[in-house]
Design a protein. Structure first.
Length: 281
């Protein structure tokens, strides 16, 4: 292994560490990917996680400037083929190797920059635009890795990957209503007034999510075995989170963040490992 290969490996370890530190559930699911896929998923997660942290966490800093620098450094890394930012370097390695289209990354960065402004009173078009860029394209980036350059398979499974990403994001919106509405002054769902969030509002959103899940599940069954079990694990995690949210009253969502317990996560992981060993998924 030469020094450049060592550098690539060190950067990859950084993306893996970001995944492990920021999301125990996603990190656990990622171990179910085949080794040839796993590092690329870490690389994608590290990139989107850091961009998301800029807009959601770094409140005492100039977020617009940080996002501008992040995007400039990313584009420089892509153009030059190297970056001393290990997260950007790793992501660009994956983008080049797996031919992730530039328009997917651009759409993601656009949605992140939308979060720098006021997210209130979105109409249907803006809502769909945000979800596409913040979630659906991330699923499509991962799908590029899953099909390993097979454009025909990518196009066939593309709609299902978008539905799964949309379902995950909409559940995140419901889960994070308290922080988004009370702390960040964000209201993503169109035509919903969270000052009087009703059971009817909640049920309409949940029906939309259920339809996304039903559509997405058809695509999960079409994935190569190298990625299917890990994606199914993520699907099962969000289904469990969705069930908890459905049992929660609208007013309670405005005051607490719903999560799946560690014990439940471990149970789900064990179930997936059994399915993997018995080839049931």
């Amino acid at each position: 292994m030469n020094n450049l290969e060592i550098f690539d490996k060190v950067c990859g370890h950084s993306s893996k560490m970001v995944t492990e530190k920021y999301s125990t559930s996603f990190s656990r699911a990622s171990t179910l990917f085949k080794p040839e896929i796993r590092q690329h998923i870490y690389n994608i997660y590290g990139f989107v996680r850091f961009a998301d942290e800029i807009v959601d966490t770094f409140h005492n800093y100039n977020k617009a400037k940080l996002m501008e620098e992040f995007e400039q450094n990313y584009r420089s890394a892509l153009e030059n083929g190297i970056s001393l930012n290990p997260i950007l370097h790793s992501f660009c390695l994956t983008q080049r190797e797996k031919n992730i289209p530039q328009h997917l990354v651009d759409a993601f960065l656009h949605s992140m920059k939308m979060d720098l402004g006021e997210i209130k009173d979105l109409n249907d078009d803006k809502y769909n635009e945000y979800i596409y860029g913040s979630a659906e394209v991330v699923g499509l980036m991962c799908l590029k890795v899953f099909v390993n350059g097979n454009d025909e398979e990518y196009e066939k499974m593309k709609p299902y990957a978008q539905s799964l990403g949309a379902a995950f994001q909409k559940i995140n919106f419901l889960r994070d209503i308290s922080a988004d509405f009370n702390d960040l002054n964000r209201t993503y769902f169109p035509n919903v007034d969270f000052r009087k969030f009703s059971l009817a509002d909640k049920k309409a959103i949940e029906e939309d999510i259920a339809a996304d899940f039903e559509h997405a599940f058809k695509g999960i069954k079409m994935l190569p075995i190298s990625s299917r079990i890990a994606v199914f694990m993520a699907y099962k995690y969000y289904i469990n989170l969705f069930k908890k949210i459905r049992r929660t009253k609208p007013e309670a969502l405005l005051h607490k963040r719903i999560s799946v317990s560690n014990a439940r996560n471990i149970y789900l992981f064990g179930e997936m490992m059994l399915n993997k060993n018995l080839n049931l998924v």
